[in-house]
Design a protein around this ligand. Structure first.
Ligand code: ZN
Length: 163
């Protein structure tokens, strides 16, 4: 694949990821009870529309699920500290905020599923935040949904995330 195609593919995946998050939020607001149900339905709808394959939908769905857990963890911490529950930026972060306020599950239930440590790898799509290289501790600050590049310092490919 040449560089131009690769860039086009990256933009498509970012846009699909954002569609998936916002459609999941819509479905929860329309009364779907759980996050899993809403995400499954959103994936089916977008795959049926022919924009992307079933396999791609499943992969992007896993990125959304992981990023939501991170957001749930953060929201729970904020609630504990009695500050504004989710001071999140516009765009995809506000869709996460809508998901967290619409789902029937509590923040604790969503966050409990994140007990195993979350790893972020080069090539995956993720929402805004700070990625820290697990090898050299270099930080990358992302202000929008992005495909994760290699570590700018040591070129390794595994990160943890914070906001
Ligand atoms: Zn590094």
């Amino acid at each position: 694949m040449n560089e131009q195609n690769d860039r086009k593919n990256e933009q498509e995946e970012i846009s699909l990821y954002e569609k998936l998050v916002s459609r999941t939020a819509d479905l929860l607001e329309e009364g779907k009870k759980t996050f899993d149900e809403a995400l499954k339905r959103a994936k089916e709808e977008l795959a049926a529309a022919g924009d992307f394959s079933r396999e791609q939908a499943d992969r992007l769905g896993e990125y959304v699920r992981r990023d939501l857990r991170e957001n749930a963890d953060k929201a729970r911490e904020a609630v504990k500290k009695a500050v504004e529950p989710l001071r999140l930026a516009a765009g995809v972060q506000s869709a996460f905020s809508r998901i967290l306020t619409s789902t029937a599950e509590t923040l604790t239930e969503l966050a409990q599923r994140s007990e195993k440590s979350l790893e972020y790898k080069t090539g995956e799509i993720t929402s805004p935040g700070t990625l820290t290289c697990k090898d050299c501790e270099a930080e990358m600050h992302m202000t929008k949904t992005t495909r994760i590049p290699p570590c700018p310092k040591c070129h390794k490919t595994v990160f943890r995330k914070s906001y």
